[in-house]
Design a protein around this ligand. Sequence first.
Ligand code: HQG
Length: 179
Amino acid sequence: MDERRLVKVSKYLSRHLRHDPGRIGIELDEHGWVEVDVLLKALADRNFHVTREELEEVVALNDKQRFAVRDGRIRANQGHTVDVDLDLTPAAPPPVLYHGTAGGFVPTIREEGLKAMNRHHVHLSPDRETAVKVGSRRGDPVVLVIDAARMAGSGHTFYKSENGVWLTDHVPAWAIMLP
Ligand code: HQG
């Protein structure tokens, strides 16, 4: 499959497995899973024909490992806005994590910290390079450095999604290190 189609299928899956399953008439279970067969049929019914092999390729080659397939079912690894329980286990974060954002948001973020906005958690990257990519989605990226060790020390819980994104409920302003 060429890169363009990979990205197209991945975006389509992200939209419906994270945000809007009802739009294509599928239901996610409480942990975010849907049968692969049900998903493929829903896509075909909407004239978006994806074979099982193509779906497997999208899952395997996805640049951010956004999806997991297990026991004939598929789900998004993180990034949901719909209410799902991903059974995340708390994990000890590395001392420092990164958050890529747009420069325009920085003054507010410095005041109120990082909020989950529409998602379930604030998303943090394990390295600066990844954070630059995340921030670039919104224009000129700014990378904030987060004192995860200090947050963990004061009782904040961190989770690591299956694809290596660090998640937490809120990053207080004091945990954002000065440049
Ligand atoms: C900002 C993508 C003002 C925050 C990415 C971000 C990631 C604030 C935006 C994943 C704020 C929310 C998540 C505050 C946070 N005031 N702005 N207090 N607190 N913000 O998309 O982290 O490609 O919900 O900085 O790569 O950008 O879809 O979060 O800019 O991993 O797989 O509010 O989504 O992954 O935006 O991205 P988002 P995000 P995928």
